[in-house]
Write a protein that binds this ligand. Structure first.
Ligand code: S3P
Length: 169
């Protein structure tokens, strides 16, 4: 497997796990949202407010291609909605081990509560997280591996991914 691609709903710990896993493997860490922000010269909330979600999704697909295709030894943390387009899922599956992180709605709400950088939550995580989770309940099923992060430490999650990697994915 050339890369590890972390997918999952907002607040499932993709960025934190990516940082720790990349360090343990000696691989590069890529944050897809940060890559979009650099390429566009705007923050995610600015992009949503000024250009709209469709524009953001197109920039996300471009970033995925730019960061993944033809590259290796990277741990890539994607945004929670990067899995929605079939073309994006194909890019991920073709270029790495895709690991889905999951968590309960309660855990996610406690992690993303009051976060101004997540425009889709519209400042009301208690209402929007369960709604979005319902809409996306099968969105992460395509991943090679699924890990429930509830009640697990970052070290435990990283250990589980390393095991899968050693077993050949
Ligand atoms: C989104 C998740 C965010 C970010 C954007 C849209 C989504 O990333 O890409 O706000 O559609 O779930 P995180 O999952 O890192 O919060």
């Amino acid at each position: 497997m050339r890369n590890i691609v972390l997918v999952g709903f907002m607040g499932t710990g993709k960025s934190t796990v990516a940082a720790e896993l990349a360090q343990r493997l000696g691989w590069s860490r890529i944050d897809l949202d940060a890559s979009i922000e650099r390429a566009e010269g705007k923050s995610i909330p600015e992009l949503f407010a000024e250009r709209g979600e469709a524009y953001f999704r197109a920039a996300e697909t471009e970033a995925l291609r730019r960061e993944l295709v033809g590259r290796s030894r990277q741990v890539v943390a994607t945004g929670g909605g990067a899995v929605l387009a079939e073309g994006n899922r194909d890019i991920m599956l073709a270029n790495g081990l895709v690991v889905a992180l999951t968590a309960t709605a309660e855990t996610i709400i406690s992690r993303v509560h009051n976060d101004p950088n997540r425009p889709l939550l519209r400042g009301n995580a208690e209402k929007s997280v369960p709604e979005l989770m319902e809409q996306r309940k099968h969105a992460y099923d395509f991943a090679h591996v699924r890990i429930d992060t509830t009640d697990k430490t970052v070290e435990q999650i990283v250990g589980l991914i390393e095991e899968r990697l050693r077993a050949g994915g």
